[in-house]
Write a protein that binds this ligand. Structure first.
Ligand SMILES: Nc1ncnc2c1ncn2[C@@H]1O[C@H](COP(=O)(O)OP(=O)(O)OP(=O)(O)O)[C@@H](O)[C@H]1O
Ligand SMILES: [Mg+2]
Length: 271
């Protein structure tokens, strides 16, 4: 199969089509990824032939105006939804070729999720919530790894608390430990600081960055906040279902400037 030339990604991979060797450093790859909601006149092209390579061991943020396709892209990359056309690879596995059962297993075993609303189980303690993915997978507990996560995330004295007894920031740190406990290949975070005040948000972002720097995680985060995006190694900008920018080592100012440049495009698309 041939692919159209990569725009945002070719400088990172050195090759728009990719080779098996790239799988070592490419955690997720999308090619010509297209998603259409609805049919006929009502059809919305939420993603339009998107090419993306996400580097392993990096912290990548996805930004863009409301409706630009950020959540859609993340859901497709994480195997939570299926594409109209195009391909997604997680490592060497092509998601777009998997049946529902295989996708369910892949999400359970190889991917971690952090949501804006924490999504902890209220009747379980923090510790039980953290260990849940291992329980569901019937996988053994790596106690040294759990200890590392608990310490890095500052949860040691909160393990026996239920979510209702924790602050929002603490709950989100439990959710991050849960997302990392089975050592997923990629952690997907959709607006992880959306429900937190700026101090708790900064803590969560620092922990995500530390998990990348010190624990070798790969994190992909959707955010509206330029300050949050500046914690990442790279910001991918989406506009109208297409990649509209790719910023390395972003600063809040650089992100804001690039977002501002997208606004007229967005307004035109809305009209
Ligand atoms: N289930 C759906 N059915 C129909 N259209 C949808 C559906 N989900 C998303 N869309 C449309 O697809 C486009 C992209 O939506 P998406 O949710 O990916 O945007 P987003 O960038 O995440 O926006 P936001 O910042 O508001 O969360 C939008 O035009 C949206 O209206
Ligand atoms: Mg969204």
């Amino acid at each position: 199969m041939t692919h159209p030339p990569s725009t945002a990604t070719s400088s990172r991979t050195g090759s728009p089509t990719g080779t098996p060797a790239d799988a070592d450093r490419t955690a997720v790859r999308a090619r010509a990824l297209t998603k259409v909601y609805g049919q006929g006149e009502a059809a919305v092209r939420a993603l339009d032939a998107v090419d993306v390579d996400v580097e392993r061991g990096a912290f990548t943020a996805i930004m863009g105006p409301s409706g630009s396709g950020k959540s859609t892209l993340m859901h497709l990359l994480a195997g939570l939804d299926t594409a109209a056309s195009g391909t997604v690879h997680l490592g060497l596995t092509e998601l777009t070729g998997l049946d529902d059962r295989s996708l369910t297993h892949l999400r359970r075993d190889r991917v971690g999720f952090v949501f804006q609303s924490f999504n902890l189980l209220p009747m379980f303690t923090a510790e039980q919530n953290v260990l849940l993915p291992l329980e569901l997978a019937g996988a053994p507990v790596d106690h040294a790894w759990v200890d590392t996560l608990v310490d890095v995330l500052g949860l040691r004295d909160r393990l026996s608390h239920r979510p209702a007894e924790l602050s929002g920031g603490q709950q989100q740190r439990v959710a991050i430990a849960r997302a990392l406990v089975h050592r997923p290949e990629v952690v997907f975070a959709d607006e992880p600081t959306g429900n937190l005040d700026s101090r708790a948000g900064a803590q969560v972002l620092s922990f995500l960055r530390r998990s990348v720097r010190e624990l070798g995680s790969t994190v992909i985060m959707v955010t509206h906040d330029p300050t949050a995006a500046a914690y990442a190694d790279r910001v991918l900008l989406l506009a109208d279902g297409r990649i509209a920018g790719d910023i390395s080592d972003p600063t809040p100012d650089a992100v804001l400037t690039s977002l501002d440049a997208l606004r007229p495009l967005d307004d035109a698309a809305v009209r």
